[in-house]
Design a protein around this ligand. Sequence first.
Ligand code: FAD
Length: 296
Amino acid sequence: APLPARDVAQPLPLLSFEFFPPRTEALDQQLWSCIERLAPLRPRFVSVTYGAGGTTQERTHATVARLARETDLVPAAHLTCVGATREAIDDVARGYWEAGVRHIVALRGDAAPGTDYAPHPGGYAYASDLVAGLKRIGDFEISVAAYPEVHPGASSPEADLDNLKRKLDAGATRAITQYFFDTGTYLRFLDRCLAAGITAPIVPGIMPVSNFANAKKFSAMCGTSVPAWLAELFEGTDDAPEIRRIVASIVAAEQVRTLQANGIDEFHFYTLNRPELTLAIAHVLGVRAPASPPPG
Ligand code: FAD
């Protein structure tokens, strides 16, 4: 059956947008012009990812600080446990608190490719430990990660759900999911969360696919399955970027409309620092920039 039109009496969904910190001057400009395009949609918060050490992390701090200083957006800083002592991580968190940043996306992070994760001696071992540590520093709003398809390193789906519960019990108030293409998997995951007594919002992470080949590679690394129907939809579009973009927006629009028809009213977008697909999909959800007043 066709999906129903959005019920205009319903409140508009709440959106959040995720960015990555830029590596070059040109990418920096791309990020800030993306932020400028998306800001009028009044997201609930915008988050900035955190890389594995060194200059990558400094770029996260600089981007989050600039968002706090120069925009009226609510910045959320991603923070991971990898490769650092508790003291070093606590210092970063205190720096955010002092800069007025009150929202942290608390994560474990991953080991270098090809190696298994091992906690840093003297570090926070898992995201749940980091959440508890952050709460000792300040009353941060904390979001954590959830995995509708189960985290690849979990010993079982039940253990992974227990872990999510531990993170929420430690003080997180929301989970954001790893992206998924099979919407039914996410809806079943919500049922399992409810059955486990989890009542915090489990916000779907939406990945608008702008490059199918890249998305396939990345999905294999993070445990997201790529359904055959998705591969079939993108087949033959490698050299047809315009068609690929239109297909991408149809796929993502169908996904968010299905979620909306199932009562989901909060969405987190992995923007990849590009505004167009996110703008189009937000539009479909009913979230639009306010019209500018007529000139004069
Ligand atoms: P955890 O919740 O700590 O869980 C990790 C694994 O350990 C799970 O399998 C869990 O079941 C298991 N586990 C937890 N506690 C225990 C325990 N006590 N004993 C045994 N096993 C346990 N990565 C980045 O590097 N930077 C980012 O900015 C970033 N942003 C992300 C944003 C979102 C919304 C998501 C979904 C992921 C993000 N990631 C990021 C990826 C994330 O770091 C990885 O998926 C990582 O492998 C797990 O992180 P986590 O916070 O879910 O870990």
